[in-house]
Design a protein around this ligand. Structure first.
Ligand code: MG
Ligand code: MG
Length: 272
């Protein structure tokens, strides 16, 4: 059952999302060749607790850490370890926080040092598809319209859309109904309604859409070992339109990248 949130609850969810956003912004400055993902994990846990929240993933379904860190051919759910990052890697960092009983949950794929142009393109297209998905999250549309927007755009570049992993409703539980696949048919699936809060999270592979599971029981990697990208935002449907609760602005600020991509989805400023 879809749990509709009040505007007050959505503001609490924005608080949780912003803690994750700030955590990813803090990590953006730390992600470079030679750094271990375990180090990043410790920084994130301390940062989240210092901001009055609990790590959202730690202990969830028995996950052992604060961050899911998935380099290169890993799609999602990678476990932090003591292996140093290398120049040319990409690193998907997925992070959750729990505050006031509500979860924030979003992700960004970072470049480590200098990344191949082909891989940069995968990141750019995956991130663009996230915003196309957000654009489709509006009254009158259905879950299939959102998935269709992400799928058609990313497949036009020959990329593979992971089928087994999907976005989701978000609230007092990390994973609520409905499921939000990154593929779909127009006009199919659940109707979007005001007060829905969802995590939209394209997981896009440079090659095949097929995935494999690591023996650790968590990590998912691409079947052909080519890179995979993952970007995730938390979005509320308010007055028929998508409104971002999370932001990549702290990341862009840290990296000195100007970006206007989120402008259409920001909370409108009141003139009061
Ligand atoms: Mg996530
Ligand atoms: Mg998620």
């Amino acid at each position: 059952m879809v749990k509709i949130k009040s505007l007050e609850e959505i503001e609490l969810m924005r608080e949780s999302a912003l803690i994750v956003s700030r955590t990813l912004g803090m990590l953006a400055k730390e992600i470079k060749p030679g750094v271990t993902t375990l180090h990043l994990d410790r920084l994130a846990e301390t940062f989240i607790r210092d901001h009055g929240a609990e790590p959202g993933f730690l202990g969830l379904y028995d996950f052992p850490n604060t961050l899911c860190v998935s380099p290169n051919e890993q799609v999602v759910h990678g476990i932090p370890n003591d292996q140093p990052l290398e120049d040319g890697d990409i690193l998907s960092v997925d992070c959750g926080a729990l505050k006031n009983g509500f979860y924030g949950d979003h992700a960004y794929t970072f470049e480590v040092g200098t990344v191949a142009d082909e891989t940069k393109k995968l990141l750019e297209v995956t991130k663009k598809s996230l915003y196309l998905g957000i654009e489709a999250f509006r009254l009158g549309n259905r879950v299939g319209d959102l998935g269709h927007a992400i799928q058609t755009y990313t497949e036009s570049f020959g990329y593979g859309v992971v089928r087994e992993l999907v976005g989701h409703g978000l609230g007092t539980k990390m994973h609520e109904a409905p499921e939000i696949p990154n593929y779909g048919k127009r006009g199919r699936g659940k109707k979007f309604i005001n007060g829905m809060v969802i995590a939209i999270e394209p997981m896009i592979n440079q090659g095949t859409k097929k995935i494999r599971h690591y023996k650790d029981g968590w990590t998912i990697k691409t079947a052909d070992k080519r890179p995979s990208a993952h970007f995730e935002h938390n979005v509320a449907l308010i007055d028929g339109k998508p409104q971002l609760l999370s932001t990549f602005d702290f990341i862009y600020e840290a990296l000195g990248i100007p970006s206007e991509e989120e402008a259409p989805f920001k909370k409108p400023k009141t003139n009061a």
